[in-house]
Design a protein around this ligand. Structure first.
Ligand SMILES: [Zn+2]
Ligand SMILES: [Zn+2]
Length: 415
């Protein structure tokens, strides 16, 4: 009866001390990797996805996680107060018999359903009847329950749908000015045949207990009659919906269209509530998260809401100052021109290479602060003329004579 206890922490690859956020992140990362949508017809991935989902189900719920931490396993049948008591080293269940000798490992479970009358020789001979002696349970007590709970008992009732996450590429201009993005997503949708109930409404004899509602389990030298976990003692199982294989949901590809706000940034997450996977049996649908990947532009670079652009100027413009035209993200005066526009920028006399000039409120409109706009930062690049003719060379030599200052004087003085 060696049932392996499941280590949910190692399943998710997190430490026992992991925060709720760590757990959520670890699960999301793994879920993205093993999600059946990403691995169609891959049984191993499907199995793995079930494992991480089960681990996440328990560890992401504060109450369930506490019970799991206290007992090493989790079941809905466990009363949190009893788990607390068990963790403290005593089983405080109103005068009931205790499975002794396993200090701190008792399982807070309703023992009323066990048939102790069927003890085999050893247990009864040595201890009082009806009292499980220390040796009787051996080391397997907790293992039995561990196995029992994680066995075929597929818990029913409302289950919330999982969240979905998609990356959406948006071109530079749509992100700056706003627009509409389209993509196709695959999501779990409520099964139209059973309306998410997973069953057809009919029932048949439980194959596990053959309709008796009870099954026998061996634990060491003992035999228990316990409530059949498959049918919860009813002796009947609901007929699974054939349309969804009893899952309550079916996979569906869906085209999706959504608005991109002007000023949307790269890496921004957009949440569409209730657009994730459908829940089952009345459970709420998950959310859909869209991660925006903004495309680049050959001239403009976005830094938050600011636009950076490098503009070449001549030596004469830099030295004498000038009024030049620079590109902006504003709409071009010619309405048929799809890209940006242009504006006048004053270059002050004596402008140096690499100097940055700011055009206030010529940047990207803020997606979060109404009416606000970033700036455009123009970095000046000085283009040196490739002089060929003697006359130009003469003028430059003359210029050097008239301005004899050494541009490296400060640099060399520092060394
Ligand atoms: Zn169905
Ligand atoms: Zn049954």
């Amino acid at each position: 009866m060696a049932t392996q206890t499941k280590d949910y922490y190692s399943t998710l690859g997190v430490k026992k001390t992991a925060s709720a956020d760590d757990i959520r992140k670890a699960f999301r990362k793994l879920a993205r990797k093993y999600h059946p949508d990403v691995n169609p017809n891959d049984k191993k991935a499907e199995e793995k996805f079930k494992e991480i989902s089960e681990a996440n189900d328990v560890l992401s719920d504060e109450k369930k996680r506490k019970i799991y931490d206290q007992l090493g396993f989790y079941s809905d049948n466990i009363d949190p107060a009893a788990a607390e008591a068990a963790a403290r080293g005593g089983y405080g269940g109103g005068g009931r018999q205790q499975p002794g000798g396993r200090g701190g490992q008792e399982v807070p479970f309703d023992f009323g359903g066990f048939d102790f009358s069927d003890f085999q020789a050893g247990g009864r001979g040595r201890g009082a009847p009806q009292e499980p002696a220390s040796g009787g349970f051996g080391g397997s007590f907790r293992d039995i329950f561990g196995g029992m709970f994680s066995g075929g008992n597929k818990s029913r009732g409302p289950r919330a749908g999982t969240d979905l996450e998609y990356q959406v590429s948006v071109d530079f201009w749509s992100a700056v000015r706003g627009g509409v993005a389209r993509l196709e997503i695959q999501r779990q949708e409520t099964c139209p045949s059973c309306k998410g109930k997973s069953t057809t409404g009919g029932s048949s004899e439980c194959p596990e207990c053959h309709g008796t509602g009870q099954v026998t389990q061996m634990g060491g030298r003992m035999k228990f009659n316990i409530q059949c976990p498959r049918c919860n003692g009813t002796g009947k199982v609901q007929n699974g919906c054939p349309a969804c294989d009893g899952e309550g949901v079916v996979a569906k590809r869906e085209p999706l269209e959504f608005r991109i706000k002007a000023g949307t940034r790269d890496g921004q997450r957009i949440r569409l509530a209730g657009k994730g996977n459908a829940g089952t049996d009345g459970g709420a649908a998950g959310d859909l998260y869209l991660i925006i990947k903004v495309g680049t532009h050959p001239v403009f670079t976005r830094v938050g809401d600011d636009i950076h652009v490098t503009v070449p100027i001549t030596v004469a413009e830099a030295a004498l100052g000038a009024k030049i035209e620079v590109p902006t993200i504003d709409t071009h005066s010619d309405a048929n021109h799809a890209g940006g526009g242009r504006t006048q920028l004053k270059i002050p006399p004596g402008t140096q290479a690499g100097q940055r000039l700011r055009l206030r409120e010529k940047g990207v409109p803020s997606a979060s602060r109404e009416g606000m706009r970033g700036d455009e930062i123009v970095e000046v690049k000085i283009v040196v003329p490739k002089v060929q003719d003697e006359r130009s060379k003469e003028i430059l030599r003359e210029l050097a004579k008239l301005n004899p200052e050494d541009p490296r004087a400060d640099l060399l003085a520092e060394v």
